[in-house]
Each structure stands twice: as C-alpha cells, then as structure tokens.
Design a protein around this ligand. Structure first.
Ligand code: LLP
Length: 429
C-alpha cells in the first residue's frame, strides 16, 4: 500500500525517497499530500511499456492533475485524458501537446468544445446526439475535421471484485449498445463532414481487480465495429477500453500488474476481431488511480486522542473529509500508520477522524494504532494519490493541503497550500 521509496529508519521514523517525514512536516506543514515522483514515473512507464507501441495509454487526469504531473507524463510517453475545460487548461499549461490529449465528459459546453478544437486535441469522446451536433458546428466554424470516438454503454457494470451484467443501462454516460443508440450515434457522426469517426470508447467502472468485465466490454465493442463495417462499409481503426484498474488501499487488496492487464486486453481484442473477421484496431486505455493512487500518502498531525469506554478511541487529525472525501462518500477503506516514531505499546482500536463539523468526517473507519499515541504524533494514510486532492473541498473553509513531490532525496511543493487570502480573494463581499 505504500509507494516504492517508503521505508522506516533505525529509529522507527518513516522516510520517503530518503527524507524523514518529521522534517517534511516541519518544512511543509500538515496535512500534506506527499507524492513519490520516482514511483509515479515508474508506474506511468510500466503502463506505457506494457502496452507497447501498438497502443496508447491516456492517464485519466481526474485522478490527480498538476503541471508537474503533466510534465512527468509527457516525459514518460503517456497521453492525457481530461474531462473539463479546467483539466484541459492544466494539461496545456503543463506542456502536453494537444494531439496527445483526449476530451471526455457527458455535458461538455460549447466553450469547452471550442477550447479543445483550438488546442487540436487528438480526439473528443462524444457522449450524446446533441454533442455530435454541437461539436460538428464548432469544428466547422474552425474549419477543421475533428477526430472523435463515441462512448458506448456496453451493459457491464464492474465494481471491485464482481461485475454485474444487469442494471447497468440506467446511468448517464454513453450511448446504449443494446438499445441501438450507439449505432444511431455512428450514423449521426458519419453524416457530419467536420467530424472524423476514429472509433468506439467504453469505460466500465473503477477499482476493478478482474479482467472478466473488460472481456465482455471488448466483445461488445468489437461487435459494434463489425456492425459498422456491415452497415457502412468502413472499419473503424481504434477502440478505447477506458480505465478502472484497482489498487491496494489495504493489505487485503490484490491488484493486477499493468503487463498482465495489457496482455489480457490485447488477447481479448485479437480473439474477438478474429471471430468477426476484422483487422485488429489500435487499443487505448485510461488508467488514473492505478498510476497516481499508490504514489502518495497524506501526512497528518494528531490533535486529540479520545478513548470511548468499551467502544474505541477516536483520534482527531488536522484534516479530514475536505482532503479525503472517499471514506465518507464510498465507505472506502484505508490503512494508517504512526510514522514519526517507533512504539512498543499495545495496539488499540481507533477511528481516525478529521476536524470538520459532522460525525461522518471519518478518514479511516477501523484501524489499530499504538496505545501510547499522543497529540503531536504524525500519522500517514497511504494510497491517497488519486481522487483525494482532486476531490478536495473547502468545507468549513478548510484550506486545501499542498502536494509535496519527493525525488532524488529532495522535496518540493508542486501544488501549494491554500491560504485564507486565496479563499477571501473569491469572496467579493
Ligand atoms: N476513463 C473514464 C472515461 C472515466 O470515467 C474514468 C473514471 C477513468 C478513465 C479513470 O478511472 P480509474 O482508472 O482512475 O479508476 N472518484 C471515484 C472514481 C470515479 C472515477 C470516474 N471515472 C473514486 O474516488 O474512487
């Protein structure tokens, strides 16, 4: 669950990239997200290498995006998936070339489509009939032919350990394959001279440990490619199977390696194409969590330790649901460790909570920490690199924590801590 360069030194103090967490806390304050740049780059590279030159890896920027991260991804040869004008702006500011960016979203505004067309994004993933018209008009106005994929709903809903092939059509994303909307979307795109249909996109869910759901998705997407060939006489050259590969949040989780996923997906697509007599299209994937998630931990300082007789001990830290909403929102499980010193004390059952004004403000629901835990101790919650800073809020006017990147034995702030001036700047009275 920890990033690769995390270790404990002889005194029991945790280090990351050779740096002591106590000095990081002293220099940058708490709470802080501490991101291991070497680990981030290694994971990005592993995905890139696993898929090879015949495929594209789009990092899903919603997991965590900053200019530094965009630069690492660019240097490691990845592409970038963005799903809003804001993410697109960061991608461009970080130096990602337009052609290596894909734009997603189920309700992109005309402004966002303009921004994407102007940036020359590699493709836009279309999600509705209205958007076909909207993007066609924008592309026409700019005198370009915009490459697009169509996002389809394949009828597979995959979550964690299981996938369910029912009760999936009832959600907002994509055009339904089973209901015929996807085939109609293809007709509408092909009727627009300013759009170039490159392929089909599917995303089945998140925190998935098993390739079975992807198999069903790939089979159905390839089935649509065969229908398109039969109806229109064209073979679409690309398919994108989305993201969703799971990571270890606790030691119970057993994630797949990128090489294993890449081999499985390539084999499925090859087999399905052979079955219907299609050339194998170019494959792309969009991992977010699997790259960013394991690379960071959140460093907190303990403020209070409150034993509840016969129940458990509540440990309050200096952050909470504003820097990690996932426990409250999804009942997500995290682990936690005392990182600023060794302790020989007996373990006690704790709940790690934040400082916000509600009882659902839980960071780690159940954990064991040493019974001598005291205010001033530092705790770290691993695997917070994805969907924590990117879903952070200013609830109770909390200031969003910084992201500190550690590399080659030194640390630097890549996203600074918010200040009260930042909050007040928006409040014009
Ligand atoms: N591609 C598309 C079209 C997506 O919608 C998503 C995630 C991804 C790729 C990346 O999925 P990943 O590989 O990171 O699982 N906030 C939630 C996760 C929502 C993900 C939404 N879409 C969480 O904190 O778990």
């Amino acid at each position: 669950v920890w990033s690769r360069t995390v270790a404990r030194d002889g005194r029991g103090v945790v280090t990351v990239g050779g740096l002591d967490v106590r000095s990081l806390a002293a220099e940058f304050g708490t709470p802080a997200y501490v991101m291991d740049e070497a680990d981030f780059r290694a994971r990005a590279r592993a995905w890139r290498e696993a898929f090879g030159d015949g495929a594209d890896v789009y990092y899903a920027g919603k997991a965590f995006l900053s200019k530094a991260v965009v630069r690492w991804l660019y240097e490691e040869g990845l592409n970038l998936d963005v799903c809003s004008g804001g993410e697109l702006a960061v991608a461009l500011a970080g130096g990602m070339p337009g052609e290596r960016i894909a734009l997603h979203g189920n309700n992109k505004s005309v402004g966002e489509l303009e921004q994407a067309v102007k940036a020359g994004v590699g493709h836009v993933v279309l999600d509705s009939y209205q958007e076909v018209e909207r993007l066609a008009a924008v592309a026409e106005r700019h005198g370009t032919r915009q490459p697009v994929l169509i996002r389809v709903t394949v009828g597979v809903e995959a979550h964690t350990h299981e996938f369910i092939a029912t009760a999936h059509e009832d959600q907002k994303f994509g055009l339904s394959l089973a209901g015929g909307a996807a085939a109609e979307g293809v007709r509408r795109v092909l009727a627009q001279p300013s759009l170039e249909l490159r392929g089909i996109h599917s995303h089945i869910g998140s925190q998935i440990f098993d390739t079975a759901g992807f198999e069903v998705a790939a089979r159905r997407v390839v089935g649509l490619l065969a229908e398109v060939r039969d109806e229109h006489g064209i073979e679409l050259p690309e398919i994108d199977l989305g993201g969703g590969l799971g990571i270890a949040y606790t030691s119970e989780d057993d994630p797949r390696e990128p090489a294993e996923i890449a081999a499985a997906l390539a084999a499925i697509v090859r087999r399905e194409c052979r079955a219907v007599g299609l050339e194998v299209p170019r494959l792309s994937v969009e991992p977010g969590r699997a790259i960013a998630g394991p690379t960071a931990f959140t460093l907190y300082e303990v403020g209070t330790v409150k034993p509840l007789e016969g129940l458990r001990t509540y440990v309050s830290v200096d952050g909470g649901m504003s820097d990690n909403i996932r426990t409250a929102l999804y009942d997500a499980e995290y682990s936690v460790a005392l990182v600023s010193r060794a302790s020989e004390a007996e373990p006690m059952l704790v709940r790690v909570v934040g400082k916000h004004c509600e009882s659902g403000d839980i960071v780690v629901r159940d954990a064991f920490l040493p019974a001598d835990l005291a205010p001033g101790d530092l705790l770290a919650v691993p695997a917070t690199g994805a969907y924590c800073r990117s879903m952070a809020s200013n609830y109770n006017h909390a200031l969003k924590p910084p992201v500190v990147a550690v590399a080659d034995g030194s640390a630097r702030v890549i996203v600074r801590r918010e200040t009260e001036e930042d909050l007040l700047r928006l409040d014009i009275g």
